[in-house]
Design a protein around this ligand. Structure first.
Ligand SMILES: [Ca+2]
Ligand SMILES: [Ca+2]
Length: 321
């Protein structure tokens, strides 16, 4: 290699040498970026940002209260997965901010892939607008400000967020239980809405964002959007916005559908990538660097398998890298 390089240099003009050096430096730089990026694939395993299960996508407890337009409280679900999910034997459960789960609405039917499911709950007696057709209804009287909602794969009362039968959990206001931290206090006119599949607040892009931190995964909004099984399925294809890891776009139209296993979108806090499960490597990696990303951590070589890959997919181990 050294011999070959010196031979090449011998026939290069001075200008050519500079160009060669620049090109070599650029190549080394790009390789460095590529390997650092590839290395990141094996370190810092993070919860996939878009949930791999049905999630609680919106909670509204001000139905029929003073100043509300909707007559009823509601709990809305969203299915970010690529398969329909049966809700038979499942329930949504409510507890007050410090109470135990004693209000339960049993669910029926199923929730389609990328679709919504609306559960109508109690009315406060006021309000002027009927909810869209509910897919199930119950009599839970949610607090307009603080409380806890669990989506459970059983119809018996759960103990809290860590119960093994809990599929998803949201604490709001002064709730004493939540996924990490409750979303803030709601009102008669605001709901807690889960972020879209890009981690933003756009409509039409699903409500699947779930890093298991309610304070980060939901937002409080006065633009209530109760959606039901007739509402349009919302794609998980992600598009880029400025200062986002996909700011230059999604070059291969990668999606977070597990059926799209050779162009599978994985969203991490530090970067996004399209994963190829046949080759066991990324098709591409996209990232954005800003001043807030700068720190003093040295390069780490503790490569690890990415445990956030979908169940059953091969996880490349450190010894293979
Ligand atoms: Ca969750
Ligand atoms: Ca909604």
């Amino acid at each position: 290699m050294l011999e070959r390089q010196s031979g090449q240099k011998a026939i290069l003009s001075k200008r050519g040498k500079e160009s060669f050096k620049k090109k070599t430096a650029f190549l080394v730089f790009m390789c460095l970026i590529f390997f650092v990026s590839l290395g990141n694939l094996f370190i810092k395993p993070t919860q996939a940002a878009v949930g791999s299960h049905v999630v609680i996508s919106e909670i509204y407890g001000g139905g029929g209260n003073s100043g509300s337009s909707y007559k009823n409280d509601y709990i809305e679900l969203y299915n970010p997965t690529s398969s329909s999910v049966s809700l038979s034997g499942w329930s949504v459960q409510y507890a007050s901010s410090t109470g135990t789960f004693n209000s339960i609405t049993n669910l029926t039917g199923s929730i389609g892939s990328h679709q919504y499911y609306l559960i109508k709950e109690a009315s406060g007696g006021g309000g002027t607008v009927d909810l869209p057709t509910a897919d199930d209804s119950g009599t839970i009287n949610l607090s307009a400000s603080s409380g806890k909602v669990a989506l459970a794969k059983v119809t018996t009362a759960v103990s809290g967020s860590t119960n093994s039968n809990v599929v998803d959990f949201v604490g709001f206001g002064s709730a004493n239980d939540s996924e990490t931290t409750p979303i803030g206090t709601l009102s008669d006119t605001t709901s807690a809405e889960r972020k879209d599949n890009n981690g933003g607040t756009a409509q039409g892009q699903g409500n699947g964002w779930d890093t298991n931190n309610n304070a980060n995964d939901l937002v409080i909004t006065s633009s209530l959007v109760p959606q039901n099984a007739s509402s349009a399925a919302e794609s998980t294809t992600q598009t880029g916005t400025d200062n986002d890891n996909l700011g230059l776009g999604n070059p291969s139209g990668a999606t977070s559908d597990t059926s799209n296993f050779n162009n599978y979108l994985m969203v991490k806090p530090q970067y996004d990538l399209s994963y190829n499960n046949s080759k066991h490597e990324p098709n591409w990696v996209g990232w954005h660097l800003g001043s807030s990303d700068l720190g003093s951590t040295p390069r780490q070589d503790d490569f690890r398998a990415d445990t956030t890959l979908p169940a059953g997919w091969y996880q490349v181990t450190a010894s293979e890298f």
